[in-house]
Design a protein around this ligand. Structure first.
Ligand SMILES: [Zn+2]
Length: 207
């Protein structure tokens, strides 16, 4: 099936995007994903609305109600947004990645690294993860690192820099800034507050 066929048959099957659909394409709106797919006549490729590839000319853009229809019309799926990949990956896949993240907090957990672990494109992983957990992978990694940091701060006397290293953030300034942003205080302040609470409890117990 060739571009020629698309063009020759295009007149019959070509559905131009509505105003709303076109706005979604221009804004890479992931809310529109799963509602329609768009294909570009000049490239022979089709995408999800959220694809970050260059916005096509509107005249060259057609919409389809499913990946199957776009494939049937002779378009190839975009490598970047993988429009014909399953929209809802198995929960087990994301659950496995969550377990991986928790067990490897000291390591490189960039989106690219996680995509490699998950045998997925970073883009597909990002969407799927967010859809299932409500967090982007990076937000989730950050939360898990901060959760572990609070555990280590309360359960050990290790210096803050060491705790930063143990949660995969060897740059102390970065770790402290991140901690403050997520928890509203520095790691040292957090520890002091915990100690104060502990002392208060002991005092009450002594009385
Ligand atoms: Zn695409």
């Amino acid at each position: 099936m060739s571009i020629m066929r698309i063009i020759s048959e295009g007149a019959a099957t070509w559905t131009a995007p509505t105003e709303e659909q076109w706005t979604a394409v221009c804004n890479c709106d992931d809310e529109a994903d799963g509602r329609f797919w768009y294909a570009v006549k000049t490239t022979g490729i089709f995408c999800r609305p959220s694809c970050k590839s260059r916005t096509p000319k509107r005249d060259h853009t057609a919409v389809f109600g499913s990946p199957a229809e776009a494939l049937k019309a002779g378009f190839r799926s975009c490598k970047r947004c993988q429009p014909d990949a399953a929209m809802q990956p198995s929960e087990a896949w994301i659950d496995g990645l969550i377990r991986y993240i928790r067990a490897h907090l000291q390591e490189d957990l960039s989106l690219a690294a996680l995509a490699e672990v998950g045998c997925s494109s970073p883009w597909h992983l990002h969407r799927s993860f967010k859809r299932q957990t409500g967090f982007t992978p990076q937000q989730f990694v950050r939360r898990e690192r901060m959760r572990l940091a609070t555990e280590l701060l309360s359960g050990s006397d290790a210096p803050v820099t060491e705790i930063g290293r143990q949660v995969g953030m060897p740059g102390a300034a970065h770790f402290i800034a991140m901690f403050r942003r997520e928890l509203g205080c520095t790691p040292a302040e957090y520890r002091k507050q915990l100690e104060a609470i502990q002392e208060g409890k002991e005092r009450i117990a002594d009385e």
